[in-house]
Write a protein that binds this ligand. Structure first.
Ligand SMILES: NC(=O)c1ccc[n+]([C@@H]2O[C@H](COP(=O)([O-])OP(=O)(O)OC[C@H]3O[C@@H](n4cnc5c(N)ncnc54)[C@H](OP(=O)(O)O)[C@@H]3O)[C@@H](O)[C@H]2O)c1
Length: 313
C-alpha cells in the first residue's frame, strides 16, 4: 500500500533532528556544503518569506555555505537585504539564478508562477531538480510549464517560518535517491518533512497540514474568547490557551498514546471534561472538523483542475 512507502524525515521531535543534522554536517564537512548537500548549489527563484525561512534554517544549521546559495528577486532593495543578512548571492534574473543550481527552488506566489515558468522553460538540464513550494501547482503543470521532468512538489505550512513546519512532498521518478536526500535536508530546515509516493497525498496534506494552522488558530481564538467571556483579561486567556495547546502537543508526542486515551485520562465520571465533551459532541464539533478538512481537500482538487485548464486554454 502506498502509505507504507512514506518515509518520515528525522522522525520524532524537531529538535532531535536538528541536532542530528548539525552533527552530521560537522562530521562530514564537504565542498562548500555538508552531508547530503556537499557540493550542491541552491537557487531560490523569488526570495520572499518562504525562501528566507529556508535560507535562515539552512545557514543557521550550518548545512551549506552562503556562497552556494543564490536568490533572484526583481527588487534591488530586497536583493541588497538578502546579501547583507545572509551573505548569499542575489541576482535580478530568474534564469541567471537557476542556471548553475542543482536544486532550483520555486518560491514565488501562485499568481506569478506561470510567468516564471515561461522564463525557465527548456532552460533546466536533466541533472537539475525543480522544487516547487507553490500551493496548488501540480506536478503536471510544473513539468509542462518548465519543460522539465525532474520535479519535486512540496506542501509546506506557515509554522515553517519559525522552523516548526510540516512539509509533505513527492517527486517524479526522474529525481534519484541522492537528489531526494538533498531535498530532504533543505526541507528539514523548515521543520518536519515527509515524502509520499503519490501526489494525491500532497493534495490531502494541503487540506490537513497546509490549511491546518487555520483550524488550530480558529480553535484557539474560540477558546480565548470563551476565557474572556468567563472573565479573564484577554492577555491572560491567550497565555493560558497557548501553553495549554503547546503542552498538549508535547504530551501527546511524548506519551505516544491515542488521543482518546489521553482524553479519557482527564475525564472523570460526572466531571468537568465529561460535561465539556458532551457539549462539543452535541454541537457536532467532530463532524465540523471532518467536513472542513474534506471541503478543503475538494477545493484543492478543484483549484488544481482550474490550473490545468488555464494552461490548456
Ligand atoms: N509563507 C508560507 O508560510 C507558505 C506556506 C505554504 C506555502 N507557501 C507557498 O510558498 C510560495 C511563496 O510564498 P511566500 O509567502 O514566500 O511569498 P512572498 O513572501 O510573496 O515571496 C515571493 C517573492 O517573490 C517575489 N517575486 C514577485 N514576482 C517575481 C518574479 N517574477 N520573479 C521572481 N520573484 C518574484 C516577490 O516580490 P514582491 O514582494 O516584490 O512581490 C516576493 O518577494 C507561495 O507560492 C505559497 O503558496 C508559503
Amino acid at each position: 500500500m502506498a502509505v507504507q512507502m512514506m518515509r518520515r524525515g528525522g522522525g520524532g521531535r524537531v529538535t532531535g533532528r536538528i541536532e542530528r543534522d548539525r552533527d552530521q554536517a560537522h562530521s562530514q564537512g564537504g565542498d562548500g556544503g555538508h552531508g547530503a548537500l556537499a557540493g550542491a548549489r541552491l537557487a531560490f527563484v523569488g526570495a520572499g518569506v518562504m525562501a528566507e525561512s529556508m535560507i535562515a534554517g539552512l545557514l543557521g544549521r550550518g548545512m551549506i555555505d552562503p556562497e552556494r546559495i543564490v536568490a533572484s528577486h526583481p527588487r534591488e532593495d530586497r536583493r541588497r537585504k538578502l546579501t547583507q543578512r545572509f551573505g548569499i548571492g542575489a541576482v535580478e534574473g530568474n534564469r541567471e539564478a537557476a542556471s548553475d543550481a542543482d536544486l532550483v527552488l520555486l518560491t514565488v506566489k501562485p499568481q506569478v508562477l506561470s510567468g516564471v515558468m515561461r522564463q525557465l522553460h527548456g532552460r533546466l538540464e536533466p541533472r537539475q531538480v525543480a522544487v516547487s513550494v507553490v500551493a496548488g501547482a501540480g506536478i503536471g503543470t510544473l513539468s509542462r510549464g518548465l519543460g522539465h521532468d525532474a520535479i519535486v512538489r512540496v506542501m509546506p505550512n506557515t509554522p515553517a517560518q519559525v522552523g516548526q513546519g510540516m512539509s509533505v512532498w513527492t517527486s517524479t521518478p526522474e529525481v534519484d535517491e541522492g537528489q531526494r536526500n538533498r531535498v530532504r535536508v533543505v526541507l528539514a530546515a523548515l521543520g518536519e518533512e515527509l515524502w509520499v509516493e503519490e501526489e494525491k497525498y500532497v493534495d490531502m496534506a494541503t487540506a490537513l497540514s497546509g490549511t491546518g494552522p487555520t483550524y488550530v488558530f480558529l480553535m484557539m481564538e474560540a477558546l480565548i474568547d470563551a476565557g474572556v467571556h468567563m472573565g479573564f483579561p484577554r492577555r491572560i486567556a491567550e497565555q493560558i490557551v497557548l501553553q495549554t495547546v503547546a503542552g498538549s502537543v508535547a504530551f501527546a508526542r511524548d506519551s505516544g498514546k491515542h488521543m482518546a486515551e489521553l482524553r479519557n485520562m482527564v475525564t472523570s465520571p460526572g466531571g468537568t471534561s465529561a460535561e465539556a465533551i458532551y457539549q462539543m459532541e452535541k454541537g457536532g464539533l467532530r463532524t465540523v472538523f471532518s467536513r472542513a478538512v474534506y471541503a478543503a481537500y475538494q477545493r484543492t482538487q478543484a483549484l488544481g483542475r482550474e490550473e490545468s485548464g488555464k494552461e490548456e486554454g
